[in-house]
Design a protein around this ligand. Structure first.
Ligand SMILES: *[C@@H]1O[C@H](CO)[C@@H](O)[C@H](O)[C@H]1NC(C)=O
Ligand SMILES: *[C@@H]1O[C@H](CO)[C@@H](O)[C@H](O)[C@H]1NC(C)=O
Ligand SMILES: *[C@@H]1O[C@H](CO)[C@@H](O)[C@H](O)[C@H]1NC(C)=O
Ligand SMILES: *[C@@H]1O[C@H](CO)[C@@H](O)[C@H](O)[C@H]1NC(C)=O
Length: 543
């Protein structure tokens, strides 16, 4: 599929480049795999196959265009593409223009056009990205061909990373062939908007950086014990009472919509997490009788525990609530949490004790937890959504639908857990080694980078069930002031682990490319923190 296009490039000589993506069976002929890891290459994450050359072209802001190739199945009416063209044009030339580069100078060898060719009969311009989109699709730069439009966004990022400034401040790009596709199809970032409220601007800015790193899932841990910033139309009291502030510290339906659309434009899925039955203190403020009253001796202590699993009203509430959630969030999956349930309050409550007896649960409170989760899963299944859960739900032997995604987060016995989850036939994602809220002196990105998600004992079928992972930035010590520099470029290490080939693991090469990638981000105005001693050509200049 790519060979004719390669020839076309040679025939056209200077002037035109194609960006093209395709699903299945594509390869570029004569491409040495992961050719020469020269220090000059600044691609991050590293593509699956690429070849650079010393043939350089100039790019001029006044003449260079990103256009739809003849025969492309998507055109100017695809706003996702138009939006991406504009964004990447700005990334490539924005800063140069600011410095007043002479616009009219004509170069001998100049790249005038990047042609974007979409090949699918259904380019999916208006679709939401899904797990399926990402599987087995590839894109090639130099001819940027894409099967569906989402992959063009990835290709444009790669293209923009190839552009470098020469000694005269002029933009250059070398003749390069790239064929690329991800190793894992779920590459997520978890942000926590409950411990601290994150302004919309901060969320959008990080979606932008996620796209620069080819992350494709925003796991939005939107509510938790500390606050309930999600404004529910069905239960407005939840945020009215449960947010830090009912007007300034909430996500309105319009806010949520704009996050989802901004993400969609960048090929990013938004998976919201509404964690129950634990981590729900803030829910109790705006919804009476939802949480379990804790007892001190024979009388209520005035404090509350996890969601009350023995009341019918609890399940009526969850039915209405998740009906709304399933229509607000477009993704096929909802994350239902299910982690760290503290049993002490349940144990103290005489009504719960009675219920345990009636059900024959004995003193095994994980059975009660399973009873609740089971009923919740049935409710959510009836909304036609799939669900993701934290590993405890699997560990407690709750009956799960076949398409459940189990998120492994506990650091101890990670490999055995992966072995068990996949052994039981469940799809899984790994986040245990990537809790980026833990910080330390030095270069901890190397630890994230060295992780091999498939290093557990298991059959090839089991390994296939590991569809990716997530870097998690929990919010206890993070708000808008420090989120971006704490997350980037540390999460970039996870990005390459989840995107690039498993043999891409040389720390020295990674260091030199990541240093450049970090400077790319800084140049685009992202306050990504330094790896170590050094400098960027264009330093961060503040707000
Ligand atoms: C790009 O081309 C220049 C000029 O020929 C050359 O010096 C440089 O090594 C090339 N870079 C790469 C990554 O091939
Ligand atoms: C919301 O909370 C207010 C004040 O606590 C209460 O009067 C009202 O009945 C609640 N509304 C709903 C729908 O529960
Ligand atoms: C809860 O619902 C079940 C089944 O619908 C019913 O049998 C039971 O009586 C209800 N309990 C209460 C306290 O209403
Ligand atoms: C994995 O499964 C085995 C057999 O059921 C069990 O003994 C072990 O505790 C499980 N490991 C983990 C980490 O849950």
């Amino acid at each position: 599929r790519f060979r004719p296009l390669m020839r076309a490039l040679t025939l056209l000589g200077l002037g035109t480049l194609f960006l093209t993506t395709s699903c299945k069976d594509s390869h570029i002929d004569n491409l040495e795999e992961r050719s020469r890891l020269s220090d000059e290459v600044s691609l991050w994450p590293l593509p699956q196959q690429f070849q650079t050359s010393p043939v350089a072209f100039k790019l001029s802001a006044s003449r260079f265009k990103i256009v739809h190739a003849p025969g492309s199945t998507a055109g100017p009416s695809c706003s996702l593409l138009q939006n991406a063209f504009r964004r990447y044009f700005k990334y490539i030339f924005g800063y140069v223009n600011e410095q007043g580069q002479p616009r009219s100078r004509v170069f001998d060898s100049e790249l005038r056009e990047l042609q974007v060719l979409i090949t699918s009969t259904d380019p999916e311009c208006d679709a939401y990205p899904s797990l399926k989109t990402d599987e087995s699709c590839k894109f090639a730069v130099v001819f940027l061909t894409a099967f569906v439009v989402v992959f063009v966004v990835l290709g444009l990022e790669t293209f923009s990373q190839l552009v470098y400034e020469d000694d005269y401040g002029v933009n250059n790009i070398n003749k390069t062939s790239i064929l690329d596709y991800p190793r894992f199809s779920h590459r997520g970032i978890l942000l926590d908007t409950s411990r601290h409220y994150l302004p919309l601007k901060v969320i959008l800015a990080n979606l932008e950086v996620m796209a620069m790193n080819k992350f494709n899932v925003f796991h939005w841990h939107i509510v938790d014990d500390s606050s309930f910033p999600f404004l529910s139309r069905t239960f407005p009291n939840l945020s009215q009472q449960g947010a830090y502030h009912p007007y300034t510290h909430v996500y309105t339906p319009v806010d949520v919509k704009s996050v989802i659309e901004f993400a969609r434009m960048r090929g990013i899925r938004v998976i919201a997490e509404f964690d129950t039955p634990g981590h729900t203190q803030s829910w109790g403020k705006g919804q009476t009788d939802l949480l379990t009253p804790c007892y001190s001796g024979s009388s209520p202590s005035g404090t509350f525990g996890p969601v009350n699993p023995i009341l019918n009203s609890t399940y009526d509430f969850m039915t209405s609530f998740f009906k709304e959630i399933s229509s607000v969030f477009a993704d096929a999956y909802i994350h239902l949490g299910g982690d760290e349930v503290d049993f002490s309050c349940w144990k103290s409550n005489p009504d719960i004790q009675k219920f345990m007896e009636q059900q024959g649960f004995g003193q095994d409170y994980s059975k009660l937890e399973s009873y609740y989760i089971q009923r919740l899963l049935d409710i959510v299944s009836s909304t036609k959504k799939g669900y993701m859960v934290w590993q405890e739900v699997f560990d407690n032997e709750v009956k799960l639908k076949g398409d459940t995604v189990v998120e492994v987060w506990k650091m101890n016995m990670v490999e055995e857990e992966l072995q068990n989850v996949t052994g039981a036939g469940f799809t899984t994602i790994l986040s245990a080694p990537w809790y980026l809220d833990y910080i330390s002196y030095g270069q901890d990105w190397k630890n994230y980078y060295k992780v091999e998600p498939l290093s557990f004992n298991g059959t090839p079928e089991q390994k296939k069930l590991v569809i990716g992972g997530e870097a998690c930035l929990w919010g206890e010590y993070v708000d808008a002031t420090n989120l971006t520099p704490r997350l980037w470029p540390r999460a970039s290490a996870v990005a390459e682990r989840l995107w690039s080939d498993e043999n891409v693991k040389d720390i020295g090469s990674a260091y030199s490319r990541l240093e450049k990638h970090r400077c790319h981000m800084v140049r685009r105005g992202i306050p990504a923190e330094p790896l170590f001693v050094g400098h960027c050509g264009h330093e961060y200049s503040g707000l």
